[in-house]
Design a protein around this ligand. Structure first.
Ligand code: NOJ
Length: 535
């Protein structure tokens, strides 16, 4: 069983991301809230069986970027409840053995944060240097050619004081100046505030972007054949992000944060949102002496084509690059990406569930993926995401729609009008209905989670390549002291036979009743995945 009291509890945990605006609404205003999450803790700990939740931001915010624009880091936005609710949520989760990780958003604040209001009030204000202010370029215009992730220049002119401020994201998300020790101290206090309330760690937002080239050189334009490691990002893709991305000075900040975090008895974890796809560079976020992030988020699987050989290549390359003594994680969805079932289709989403929960490393699940929730088409008039305003195909609303609890009105999410439309598939794809169907996606996740809980090979064991892998089937073995399991995923549309040591089928992604003994050959139906145990 997982040792969630241990020093490195997060190695054995399965995390589940909650997007709080869309999880459960307790007061009928159409927005999810903390009381709503509290009402679902039994679902999380018992029905589903995850070990930890990552809750996206619920701090005070004008909601230009739906909470990723914080105007008070140590208070709860009224839409979610109040600070006492947050404290109760942490305690109630802990009472069920669930760990709680929060978002920590150091790169920027809201433009309505008192720090920024003071900063922009005059060139000599006490907080002026807490943000990045620059004079216009010699001929006028922004100081350099940097583009914001959400498109448009990364600099906005403040007419009153005649200088530009930098913003990696929206104009309403000014960048903090992490070269100022007062900023470091103030944001460290924010971390302490939540750690003292018992939180079990932080997912660090935009972790690779907080420090940029001190000379602020122009980024070179990207040639037309420039190979992007990640999805298309609109205007942001016009440049190679040499100078505004992944600057090495960021490592010192993480060493500092780690020192603070390590003094807390709950052994908090730090997971950095690091969108870096060069593996050696990505691995530097662990720190030279494993003294930075416990885990940089691993988005490599998400960036890999759904193809047996490519997936195997990514998995093995990631495992190879994790520094000795380090530990990785795996994810296939979050609030910024198209949902798993929409990207890959339902049959592959079932295989993906098995893959995520059997790899060596900590799995991160995204709320609703356990039901097979798909992206919802949002009519123009109901769009909420500012990124979608700038670049239509990057709208993230579709993956942020209300959790589907029940077949009735608004899927049991709210008694009011939901802030984003509920999926039309909710009468079939919801917790209540799926619990009653042995073959549902939810019951597949439950079986996989329960199996993983009881299997030290899956939680902590080694990963071994398997000679039966082909371009159709991905096969690997996991081994701990007295336990060996084989995972075989048929990614093709044909039935295949996989040569295998004898064993017993423990779980199939397609047939909830499958449990036969395997003698040398394992038969897999098209798009079927199977876990085999060996004695
Ligand atoms: C990454 C977050 O995941 C995303 O939702 C947000 O818009 C940006 N960082 C800015 O905070």
């Amino acid at each position: 069983m997982p040792d969630l009291n241990g020093h490195e509890w997060w190695r054995e945990a399965v995390f589940y991301q909650i997007y709080p605006l869309s999880y459960a609404d307790s007061n009928g205003d159409g927005f999810g809230d903390l009381e709503g999450i509290m009402s679902k803790l039994d679902y999380l700990s018992d029905t589903l069986g995850v070990d930890a939740v990552w809750i996206s931001p619920f701090y005070r915010s004008p909601m230009r970027d739906w909470g990723y624009d914080v105007s008070d880091h140590t208070d709860v936005d009224p839409v979610f409840g109040d600070l006492a609710d947050a404290e109760r949520l942490i305690d109630q989760a802990h009472a069920r053995g669930l760990r709680v990780m929060l978002d920590y958003i150091p790169n920027h604040t809201s433009d309505l944060h008192p720090w920024f209001l003071d900063s922009r009030s005059s060139r000599d204000s006490a907080h002026r240097d807490w943000y990045v202010w620059r004079d216009p370029a010699p001929g006028g215009g922004p100081p350099n050619n940097w583009i914001s992730v959400f498109s448009g220049p990364a600099w906005t002119l403040d007419a009153e004081t005649g200088q530009y401020y930098r913003h990696t994201y929206l104009t309403t998300q000014p960048d903090l100046n992490w070269r100022n020790p007062e900023v470091i101290e103030a944001m460290t206090e924010v971390a302490r505030f939540w750690l003292e309330r018992g939180v079990d760690g932080f997912r660090v937002d935009a972790a690779h972007q907080m420090i940029k080239d001190p000379r602020e050189r122009d980024n070179p334009p990207a040639p037309p054949d420039y190979e992007r490691p990640w999805k298309e990002m609109g205007e942001y893709d016009d440049f190679i992000h040499l100078y505004d991305y992944g600057h090495p000075a960021v490592h010192e900040i993480y060493r500092g944060l780690r020192k603070v975090v390590d003094t807390y008895p709950q052994s908090p974890v730090t997971v950095g949102e690091v969108h870096i796809f060069d593996l050696p560079e990505w691995a530097t976020y662990y720190g030279e002496h494993l003294d930075e992030m416990h885990m940089p988020f691993n988005f490599h699987l998400m960036a890999t084509q759904w193809d047996s050989l490519r997936l195997r290549g990514t998995i093995e390359a990631v495992l190879w690059h994790v520094p000795a003594g380090g530990w990785t994680n795996w994810t296939l969805g979050n609030h910024d990406e198209i949902r798993l079932a929409s990207r890959l289709g339902m049959a592959n989403a079932r295989l993906a569930a098995m893959l995520l929960l059997t790899l060596r490393g900590t799995p991160f699940l995204y709320y609703g993926d356990e039901l097979g929730m798909r992206d919802v088409h949002i009519p123009h008039a109901l769009k909420r995401d500012p990124w979608g305003e700038a670049v239509a195909h990057l709208n993230r609303d579709g993956a942020r729609t209300p959790m589907q609890w029940a077949p009735g009105d608004h899927a049991g999410f709210t008694t009011g009008t939901p802030w984003l439309p509920v999926s039309q598939s909710h009468p079939e794809d919801n917790v209540d209905i799926e619990l009653d169907e042995p073959g549902s996606m939810l019951n597949l996740y439950r079986r996989l989670l329960s199996f993983r809980r009881g299997s030290s090979a899956l939680r902590l064991g080694s990963y071994l390549s398997h000679p039966s892998s082909t371009n159709q089937v991905l096969v690997f073995r996991r081994e701990a002291d007295r336990e060996t399991v084989t995972v075989a995923l048929n990614l093709s549309d044909e039935a295949v036979e996989v040569p295998l040591r004898s064993g017993k089928v423990a779980i199939s992604t397609l047939d909830a009743g499958r449990s036969e003994l395997v003698q040398e050959l394992l038969e897999l139906a098209p798009r079927e995945g199977v876990i085999v145990t060996h004695t």
